[in-house]
Design a protein around this ligand. Structure first.
Ligand SMILES: O=P(O)(O)OC[C@H]1O[C@](O)(CO)[C@@H](O)[C@@H]1O
Length: 537
């Protein structure tokens, strides 16, 4: 069990509140002016990742108090409990072991009842490896004997966002298999895709932990019917399931040997490291999938062993707490300077907001402080030309994570990469320093200067990696997973359930029946009004 500590009652929180009164109007430019070694003081260099967090509204006192808070909420004990497989997902009575799915420590994690997670992980990795190499090599073929060229991954939420993001991000590592992702129920997307594909050479992965998620199952039924109508022969060769409900998958028509396990100790939004990552292995080849896992594993070791003041996820989480709970900034942005990472913000949205969007503490009592960061973003430099204006001159402050790479994938000519990265550095500089004395000519109106000048003082973290590789991407994702975990611990909430979104699914099912029978039962007057209008001819 996790300790139950109300963060707002801790000594550190009280001291942080007092300290905030001093810091609230401090200008970061002044902090830099008074300390020429600020960047040296506030950075972490680990495994060729440089995190510069000096452009934040902190002093060493702020950091020490935040670290005190981490101690008071017993963060170290919580991390150990996470990694060793304690049942910290209390509301669902489960352990939380996504780290075990990417562990290479050789350490055996045994659950109550004697189930050896590590043996199961090793067995599953081998199954993924064997299947992937058979499909890649053309040894495993479809109903008409042809090798596969395309793979459709049907899944939603964690069964889609993570794998899709990784496959896109590592496009330069791809093999000849084209992997397509279907998540929404949307014929306008599904039909054109199926029209483009040849059923003879299309492999279908139905990825659903529960095997009951409506969007996934309806899409799967539709695609199965498409295979059935177009192919003569054994269409089960085209069907693979990733699920913790094998009997449902078999009832659907998947052969037992084509079912890959999902375990209840890995939440959907943390599952890309497990069989849910089968689409990743198929798209990139197993070895690259394993490199991704190894990158995340290295970060796990860093997270568990490094002192908190040099611990990347811990520092990022503490800064986020500082802004969320003291400055009361409501959102955070993540801006990766690589077009390949365009789906990273969407993956992080599910991972962070489904985890920490909770208003009750671990005793079930409403919290009296803010939880759950709102996260959003887009790739740089595109984002600069979309919403950065508000970052620079808006009334809202949005702390931003800048993620960049020293080298591009194709290193021959760095010209464009250098331009991209000049923007990366230039933006954080402008956000820090703002702009003063903008009058362009002697006779220009003083008034115009007011519009061109801006004060800066906008916080950013800069994460500079060597290159976007599977190993690097594994680290990036794991950093945010652990940052999310740390925040959940500090906020004293349960980060691994999702009852709200599950209830939404139930209501949708009821309404679907009403639409089918055209009989609207009792809802609030707005919902009834809308349904009546929807059903009217
Ligand atoms: O894998 P499943 O069971 O189909 O669930 C898909 C997604 O639905 C959710 O339960 C809610 O969106 C997520 O947590 C999960 O990733």
């Amino acid at each position: 069990m996790l300790e139950n500590v109300n963060p707002s009652k801790t000594a550190a929180w009280k001291k942080l509140k007092e300290h905030f009164k001093v810091m609230e109007f401090v200008q970061m430019q002044d902090l830099f002016a008074s300390n020429s070694k600020r960047a040296e003081e506030f950075h972490i260099l680990w495994d060729s990742l440089l995190l510069d967090f000096s452009k934040n509204k902190i002093t060493s006192e702020t950091l020490n108090l935040l670290l005190e808070l981490a101690e008071e909420v017993k963060l170290k004990e919580a991390i150990d409990k996470l990694i060793c497989g304690s049942k910290i997902n209390v509301t669902e009575d489960r352990a939380v072991l996504h780290t075990a799915a990417r562990s290479f420590s050789g350490h055996k994690t045994i659950l109550d009842g004697g189930f050896c997670v590590s043996d199961e992980v090793v067995k599953t990795r081998q199954k993924i490896k064997d299947f992937t190499s058979q499909v890649e090599s053309g040894q495993y073929v479809g109903a008409t004997g042809k090798p596969f060229t395309d793979v459709i991954n049907i899944g939603i939420g964690g069964s889609d966002l993570g794998p899709k993001m990784v496959v896109e991000a590592l496009a330069n590592y791809k093999n000849h298999l084209n992997v397509h992702f279907i998540s929404n129920i949307d014929d306008d997307y599904l039909f054109p895709l199926l029209n483009r594909l040849n059923p003879e050479t299309t492999l279908v992965l139905v990825v659903s932990k529960t095997f009951t998620t409506q969007e996934t199952i309806e899409n799967a039924k539709h695609i199965k019917a498409w295979l059935d109508s177009q192919l003569k022969g054994e269409i089960s060769k085209h069907l693979v399931a990733v699920s913790s409900a094998p009997s449902e998958a078999i009832a659907f028509g998947v052969k037992a040997e084509n079912i890959f396990p999902m375990w209840d100790f890995i939440g959907g939004r943390f599952s890309l490291w497990s069989s849910v990552g089968l689409s990743i292995a198929l798209a990139l080849g197993y070895d690259h999938f394993e490199d991704l896992l190894k990158g995340a594993y290295k970060l796990d070791v860093h997270f568990q062993e490094e002192a908190f003041d040099k611990n990347i996820p811990v520092i990022l989480a503490l800064l986020s707490i500082w802004y969320n709970n003291f400055y009361q900034y409501e959102t955070e942005a993540v801006v990766p300077y690589s077009s390949l990472l365009k789906s990273l913000p969407a993956h992080l949205q599910q991972m962070i907001m489904e985890s920490n969007g909770k208003d009750k503490n671990r005793e079930g009592i409403p919290v009296n402080y803010q939880t759950g960061t709102l996260i959003w973003g887009e790739v740089g430099a595109t984002a600069q030309h979309a919403f950065f204006q508000l970052f620079h001159q808006g009334t809202k402050v949005v702390p931003i994570d800048f993620i960049g790479f020293k080298k591009p994938y194709f290193p021959k000519d760095k010209t464009n990469h250098d331009i991209l990265m000049s923007n990366f550095f230039g933006q954080t500089e402008a956000l820090l320093n703002g702009k003063r004395g903008s009058r362009q000519s002697a006779d220009e109106l003083d008034m115009l200067k007011n519009f061109r000048d801006f004060e800066g003082n906008k916080p950013t973290n800069t994460m500079l990696f060597e290159k976007l590789t599977p190993d690097t991407l594994g680290k990036i994702i794991a950093i945010y997973e652990h940052k999310t975990f740390v925040q959940g611990i500090i906020w004293n909430i349960f980060s691994f359930d999702q009852f709200g979104v599950e209830y939404g699914k139930v209501l949708a099912k009821n309404i679907q029946n009403e639409i089918k029978t055209k009989k609207v039962s009792k809802h609030d007057s707005s919902t009834s009004f809308l349904l009546d209008y929807y059903l009217s001819e």
